[in-house]
Design a protein around this ligand. Structure first.
Ligand code: FES
Length: 486
């Protein structure tokens, strides 16, 4: 029987990106069947991979996790019921394989007897031919195939991945992701940058209803929302309450910016992080019962003590209840004044949103250029984390054009560049000659038409940048901008 592996699992096994695998498929160096890779094809396409030693793969994963900071997984093991179900399934597979081997062994001894029986009445040539056939079978059964150790190590790795995680395919969008640790399907989707429909995230509203097409799920979180019998019979599940036992296919809606309704919630100040006298981050915590639903790159309105302002979100939806806002010191902005004069931990802030359509074109596999003017880094940071989670862009280049606030998260950007082969970080000093700086940037991209460009800054900066990029051959539909003074 063919042993077929989904692309996301292959990417984990060989320690590469899904984009790199898709490039191999496009160039004909990796064959797939129904979007899956057969085990022998994997061995052929990656002959030098050391399947018995995943130390390198673990090292890269650890570096990536450190670079993401708050995305470190706290709960490494699957839910115990899910783990038990996966082990039971593995035990069944083992039993079926063993039974099949016993059957083959029985067939071989029958064959041996049959040859004995036939041999008796045959002439010399036929007896010789039967003798050669028997010797051939015995020799090949005794021989260990040259690739046996590799195949065994690869299957062992793949089995461990199957015990620790499950693969999810979303229909009709075709998004794929892996569910690890004791994450629910919704949590895993958000970590992977897939924006499925949801509301409360704790089993009360029913907004995360989806239909299980194949595979098995298990309820791992209590929920109060009641699914009707007809819904249950047709495979409807709550994504925020279920984990995948094995590889599953689910029918669910992946939301765009216009699908997400406006929300109002009261969040708490977790911390104020002052990067330098010009810019600070406000770390907020949404209530357990009402998380903010948004897409990377969107913004929110914050109000407290009679002051309010609209700011881009710097965190990504994968950070669950945590929301980060970055605010520039501004004498004309009352909320900025409030933040810099001191907001206490646990203070309540009213939050409205999300707003804006400065979001990632997540079906695109084009290389990406991000351009951040000053504190325009905030939405860009959110988008970069989303792009990294999707793992589809050929490459990501970040150009940060500093203002008086400087490169206030320089270390984070350097950590991304160190951890990811396809990430480049370039800083551009503060200058009055912004147009010259932009012209120097585009001159490094003779094939600009291949890229998606995401830029964030003031409306005036964006207008100038758009003119320069389009003049140098960027198609207008591949330009996306988020104004920080909107
Ligand atoms: S998000 Fe509300 S029930 Fe799942």
């Amino acid at each position: 029987m063919d042993h077929l592996l989904p692309l996301s699992r292959v990417a984990k096994l060989v320690g590469t990106s899904r984009h790199a695998l898709q490039e191999m498929i496009r160039s004909g160096t990796l064959d797939t069947f129904d979007g899956m890779v057969e085990l022998n094809e994997l061995l052929r396409a990656f002959p030098d991979t050391k399947w018995e030693d995943d130390a390198e793969f673990r090292r890269i994963t650890e570096i990536k996790e450190r670079a993401f900071g708050k995305r470190v997984f706290e709960r490494a093991l699957p839910d115990k019921e899910v783990l038990a179900a996966r082990l039971f399934e593995l035990g069944n597979e083992y039993a079926a394989t063993k039974a099949l081997l016993m059957h083959y062994s029985q067939v071989l001894s029958w064959l041996d007897e049959k040859i004995d029986e036939i041999e008796e009445d045959q002439n010399k040539e036929t007896r010789h031919a039967l003798h050669v056939l028997r010797a051939f079978i015995v020799r090949h059964l005794a021989e260990i195939p040259p690739d046996a150790a590799k195949v065994q190590a690869l299957i062992a790795q793949e089995r461990i991945l199957k015990i620790m995680s499950a693969h999810v395919t979303i229909k009709p969008s075709g998004h794929e992701f892996i569910v690890e640790s004791n994450d629910t399907l919704l949590e895993a989707a958000l970590r992977a940058g897939v924006s499925l429909d949801y509301g409360c995230s704790n089993g009360n509203c029913g907004d995360c209803r989806a239909r299980l097409i194949s595979g098995e799920v298990r309820k791992v979180r209590a929920h109060d929302y009641v699914l009707s019998q007809a819904e249950k019979d047709s495979g409807v599940i709550l994504l925020c309450s279920c984990a995948a036992v094995n590889d599953v296919v689910i029918e669910a809606n992946v939301a765009g910016a216009s699908d997400i309704h406006q929300q109002q919630l009261v969040v708490k100040v977790k911390a104020v992080e002052v990067f330098n006298p010009q810019v600070a981050a406000l770390h907020l915590l949404a209530p357990r019962s009402q998380r903010l639903r948004y897409l990377a790159g969107q913004s929110v309105r914050l109000s407290a003590h009679g002051a309010s302002g609209r700011y881009a979100i710097a965190s990504c939806p994968c950070e669950e209840r945590h929301i980060e806002i970055q605010v520039l010191r501004n004498a004309d902005d009352a909320f900025s004044q409030l933040l810099f004069s001191g907001l206490n931990a646990n203070e309540n802030i009213e939050l409205e949103g999300p707003y804006g359509e400065f979001v990632l074109e997540d079906a695109s596999t084009r290389p990406i250029i991000f351009v951040a003017f000053g504190v325009g880094f905030a939405p860009v940071k959110s988008l970069i984390q989303h792009a990294m989670s999707l793992d589809l862009a050929e490459s990501i280049d970040l150009h940060w054009l500093a203002d008086e606030a400087g490169y206030y998260q320089n270390n984070l950007c350097r950590a991304w560049a160190d951890a990811l082969d396809n990430f480049t970080y370039i800083t551009h000093a503060s200058t009055t000659e912004v147009e010259t700086t932009l012209a120097n940037i585009v001159n490094d991209y003779p094939d600009l038409h291949r890229f998606d460009v995401y830029a964030a800054g003031t409306a005036a900066q964006l207008q100038l940048a758009k003119r320069v990029f389009l003049k140098h051959g960027l198609p207008a539909q591949q330009w996306r901008a988020g104004a920080t003074d909107a």
